[in-house]
Design a protein around this ligand. Sequence first.
Ligand code: AMP
Length: 214
Amino acid sequence: MIIIFLGAPGSGKGTQAKQLSDARSWPQLSTGDMFREHISTKSDLGMKAKSFMDKGELVPDSVVVDMVAVRVKNPDCKNGFILDGFPRTTPQAEALDLQLKGMSRAVDRVVLFEIENEELVRRLTGRRTCPKCGSVFHLVSKKPQVEDLCDSCGHKGLKQRDDDRADVVHNRLDVYRKQTAPLIGYYQKQGKLRSISADQDFDAVFRDIIEATS
Ligand code: AMP
Protein backbone atom coordinates (compact mmCIF):
# COMPACT_ATOMS: atom_id res chain seq x y z
CA MET A 1 0.00 0.00 0.00
CA ILE A 2 1.24 3.50 -0.80
CA ILE A 3 0.25 5.98 1.89
CA ILE A 4 0.79 9.72 2.20
CA PHE A 5 0.76 11.48 5.55
CA LEU A 6 -0.42 15.02 4.94
CA GLY A 7 -0.45 17.66 7.65
CA ALA A 8 1.21 20.78 9.00
CA PRO A 9 4.66 20.66 10.59
CA GLY A 10 4.24 19.54 14.20
CA SER A 11 1.08 17.52 13.58
CA GLY A 12 2.89 14.29 14.50
CA LYS A 13 3.32 12.77 11.03
CA GLY A 14 6.90 11.68 11.64
CA THR A 15 6.39 9.80 14.92
CA GLN A 16 3.19 8.15 13.67
CA ALA A 17 4.84 7.20 10.37
CA LYS A 18 7.60 5.48 12.30
CA GLN A 19 5.05 3.48 14.29
CA LEU A 20 3.11 2.47 11.17
CA SER A 21 6.36 1.59 9.41
CA ASP A 22 7.29 -0.76 12.29
CA ALA A 23 3.80 -2.27 12.39
CA ARG A 24 3.45 -2.93 8.68
CA SER A 25 7.10 -3.28 7.58
CA TRP A 26 6.75 -0.51 5.02
CA PRO A 27 9.63 1.99 4.89
CA GLN A 28 9.02 5.55 6.07
CA LEU A 29 10.16 7.99 3.40
CA SER A 30 10.65 11.32 5.15
CA THR A 31 12.00 13.98 2.81
CA GLY A 32 12.89 16.20 5.81
CA ASP A 33 15.02 13.36 7.28
CA MET A 34 16.64 12.73 3.88
CA PHE A 35 17.65 16.40 3.68
CA ARG A 36 18.93 16.40 7.27
CA GLU A 37 21.08 13.35 6.44
CA HIS A 38 22.48 15.17 3.40
CA ILE A 39 23.20 18.19 5.59
CA SER A 40 25.03 16.07 8.17
CA THR A 41 27.33 14.69 5.45
CA LYS A 42 27.68 18.18 3.93
CA SER A 43 26.75 16.93 0.45
CA ASP A 44 26.03 19.45 -2.33
CA LEU A 45 22.35 18.58 -2.17
CA GLY A 46 22.42 19.06 1.61
CA MET A 47 24.03 22.48 1.36
CA LYS A 48 21.49 23.57 -1.25
CA ALA A 49 18.55 22.32 0.85
CA LYS A 50 19.86 23.92 4.05
CA SER A 51 19.61 27.44 2.68
CA PHE A 52 15.85 26.94 2.20
CA MET A 53 15.22 24.89 5.34
CA ASP A 54 16.84 27.43 7.66
CA LYS A 55 14.32 30.02 6.54
CA GLY A 56 11.36 27.64 6.72
CA GLU A 57 10.96 27.74 2.93
CA LEU A 58 10.38 24.72 0.73
CA VAL A 59 13.29 23.21 -1.18
CA PRO A 60 12.62 23.59 -4.96
CA ASP A 61 10.24 20.97 -6.41
CA SER A 62 12.74 19.53 -8.92
CA VAL A 63 15.28 18.74 -6.18
CA VAL A 64 12.72 16.96 -3.97
CA VAL A 65 10.99 15.12 -6.82
CA ASP A 66 14.29 13.71 -8.14
CA MET A 67 15.34 12.60 -4.68
CA VAL A 68 12.03 10.77 -4.06
CA ALA A 69 12.03 9.29 -7.58
CA VAL A 70 15.29 7.50 -6.81
CA ARG A 71 14.16 6.36 -3.36
CA VAL A 72 10.84 4.75 -4.40
CA LYS A 73 12.66 2.54 -6.91
CA ASN A 74 14.50 0.86 -4.05
CA PRO A 75 13.44 -2.79 -3.61
CA ASP A 76 12.34 -2.14 -0.02
CA CYS A 77 9.42 -0.10 -1.44
CA LYS A 78 8.07 -3.09 -3.35
CA ASN A 79 5.20 -3.93 -0.95
CA GLY A 80 4.37 -0.39 0.06
CA PHE A 81 5.76 2.74 1.68
CA ILE A 82 4.72 5.75 3.74
CA LEU A 83 5.48 9.22 2.42
CA ASP A 84 6.02 11.61 5.32
CA GLY A 85 6.43 15.26 4.31
CA PHE A 86 6.07 14.65 0.57
CA PRO A 87 4.37 15.84 -1.58
CA ARG A 88 4.15 19.40 -0.28
CA THR A 89 3.06 21.23 -3.44
CA THR A 90 0.69 20.47 -6.32
CA PRO A 91 3.55 20.05 -8.84
CA GLN A 92 5.16 17.52 -6.47
CA ALA A 93 1.87 15.58 -6.22
CA GLU A 94 1.49 15.59 -10.01
CA ALA A 95 5.08 14.42 -10.49
CA LEU A 96 4.52 11.62 -7.98
CA ASP A 97 1.32 10.46 -9.70
CA LEU A 98 3.14 10.42 -13.02
CA GLN A 99 6.10 8.50 -11.71
CA LEU A 100 3.95 5.90 -9.95
CA LYS A 101 1.85 5.50 -13.09
CA GLY A 102 5.04 4.69 -14.99
CA MET A 103 5.67 1.95 -12.44
CA SER A 104 2.03 0.70 -12.76
CA ARG A 105 1.36 1.83 -9.20
CA ALA A 106 -0.67 4.60 -7.52
CA VAL A 107 -1.17 6.30 -4.17
CA ASP A 108 -3.75 4.29 -2.21
CA ARG A 109 -4.59 6.52 0.74
CA VAL A 110 -3.85 10.01 2.05
CA VAL A 111 -4.19 10.55 5.79
CA LEU A 112 -4.79 14.20 6.74
CA PHE A 113 -3.62 15.15 10.26
CA GLU A 114 -5.97 17.89 11.52
CA ILE A 115 -4.93 20.14 14.40
CA GLU A 116 -5.21 23.80 15.52
CA ASN A 117 -2.46 26.28 14.73
CA GLU A 118 -1.84 27.25 18.38
CA GLU A 119 -1.14 23.65 19.32
CA LEU A 120 1.30 23.33 16.41
CA VAL A 121 3.31 26.34 17.59
CA ARG A 122 3.43 24.90 21.12
CA ARG A 123 4.58 21.52 19.87
CA LEU A 124 7.22 22.79 17.44
CA THR A 125 8.88 25.40 19.64
CA GLY A 126 9.16 22.92 22.57
CA ARG A 127 10.47 20.05 20.47
CA ARG A 128 13.97 18.73 21.23
CA THR A 129 15.76 16.00 19.29
CA CYS A 130 18.63 13.70 20.13
CA PRO A 131 21.36 14.47 17.56
CA LYS A 132 22.73 10.93 17.92
CA CYS A 133 19.69 8.64 17.51
CA GLY A 134 16.93 11.03 16.37
CA SER A 135 14.58 10.41 19.35
CA VAL A 136 12.14 13.27 19.79
CA PHE A 137 11.20 14.91 23.12
CA HIS A 138 9.17 17.92 24.25
CA LEU A 139 10.12 20.40 26.98
CA VAL A 140 6.62 20.22 28.50
CA SER A 141 4.74 17.17 27.30
CA LYS A 142 7.48 14.57 26.74
CA LYS A 143 10.42 15.45 28.97
CA PRO A 144 13.38 13.06 29.01
CA GLN A 145 13.67 11.15 32.31
CA VAL A 146 16.90 12.99 33.11
CA GLU A 147 17.15 16.59 31.95
CA ASP A 148 19.03 16.95 28.65
CA LEU A 149 19.79 13.18 28.41
CA CYS A 150 18.31 11.02 25.67
CA ASP A 151 16.13 8.21 27.13
CA SER A 152 16.91 5.92 24.20
CA CYS A 153 20.69 6.16 23.74
CA GLY A 154 21.92 8.17 26.76
CA HIS A 155 23.43 10.96 24.64
CA LYS A 156 23.83 14.24 26.54
CA GLY A 157 22.74 17.43 24.82
CA LEU A 158 19.30 17.39 23.21
CA LYS A 159 19.05 19.92 20.40
CA GLN A 160 16.41 22.23 19.03
CA ARG A 161 16.14 21.93 15.26
CA ASP A 162 17.22 25.22 13.64
CA ASP A 163 13.85 25.44 11.92
CA ASP A 164 11.89 24.91 15.18
CA ARG A 165 12.85 28.40 16.42
CA ALA A 166 9.75 30.58 16.90
CA ASP A 167 10.46 32.97 14.00
CA VAL A 168 10.99 30.15 11.51
CA VAL A 169 8.01 28.12 12.82
CA HIS A 170 5.55 30.87 11.86
CA ASN A 171 6.93 30.93 8.33
CA ARG A 172 6.73 27.14 8.03
CA LEU A 173 3.07 27.23 9.06
CA ASP A 174 2.36 29.99 6.51
CA VAL A 175 4.12 27.97 3.82
CA TYR A 176 1.99 24.94 4.75
CA ARG A 177 -1.24 26.92 4.46
CA LYS A 178 -0.32 28.51 1.13
CA GLN A 179 1.59 25.76 -0.68
CA THR A 180 0.66 22.42 0.88
CA ALA A 181 -2.97 22.79 2.03
CA PRO A 182 -4.23 22.88 -1.61
CA LEU A 183 -3.29 19.18 -1.74
CA ILE A 184 -6.29 18.46 0.49
CA GLY A 185 -8.58 19.27 -2.45
CA TYR A 186 -6.28 17.47 -4.89
CA TYR A 187 -6.59 14.15 -3.03
CA GLN A 188 -10.23 14.69 -2.06
CA LYS A 189 -11.05 14.81 -5.77
CA GLN A 190 -9.26 11.49 -6.21
CA GLY A 191 -11.37 10.02 -3.36
CA LYS A 192 -8.23 9.06 -1.41
CA LEU A 193 -8.36 11.48 1.53
CA ARG A 194 -9.17 10.36 5.10
CA SER A 195 -9.07 12.99 7.89
CA ILE A 196 -8.10 12.20 11.46
CA SER A 197 -7.77 14.37 14.56
CA ALA A 198 -4.08 14.72 15.41
CA ASP A 199 -4.98 16.43 18.70
CA GLN A 200 -5.40 13.22 20.72
CA ASP A 201 -2.97 11.04 22.61
CA PHE A 202 -0.50 9.03 20.56
CA ASP A 203 -2.35 5.68 20.77
CA ALA A 204 -5.71 7.18 19.80
CA VAL A 205 -4.14 8.86 16.74
CA PHE A 206 -2.49 5.58 15.78
CA ARG A 207 -5.80 3.68 16.09
CA ASP A 208 -7.42 6.21 13.74
CA ILE A 209 -4.55 5.80 11.26
CA ILE A 210 -4.95 2.02 11.27
CA GLU A 211 -8.66 2.44 10.58
CA ALA A 212 -8.01 5.00 7.83
CA THR A 213 -5.50 2.75 6.08
CA SER A 214 -7.31 -0.59 6.33
P1 AMP B 1 10.13 18.34 7.83
O1 AMP B 1 11.12 17.58 8.64
O2 AMP B 1 9.20 17.44 7.04
O3 AMP B 1 9.37 19.36 8.64
O4 AMP B 1 10.95 19.15 6.72
C1 AMP B 1 11.92 20.11 7.10
C2 AMP B 1 12.19 21.04 5.93
O5 AMP B 1 12.72 20.29 4.83
C3 AMP B 1 11.00 21.78 5.36
O6 AMP B 1 10.67 22.94 6.09
C4 AMP B 1 11.50 22.09 3.95
O7 AMP B 1 12.43 23.15 3.96
C5 AMP B 1 12.27 20.82 3.59
N1 AMP B 1 11.37 19.83 2.95
C6 AMP B 1 11.01 18.61 3.43
N2 AMP B 1 10.18 17.98 2.58
C7 AMP B 1 9.99 18.83 1.54
C8 AMP B 1 9.23 18.78 0.35
N3 AMP B 1 8.44 17.73 0.05
N4 AMP B 1 9.28 19.85 -0.50
C9 AMP B 1 10.06 20.90 -0.24
N5 AMP B 1 10.79 21.03 0.88
C10 AMP B 1 10.77 20.01 1.77
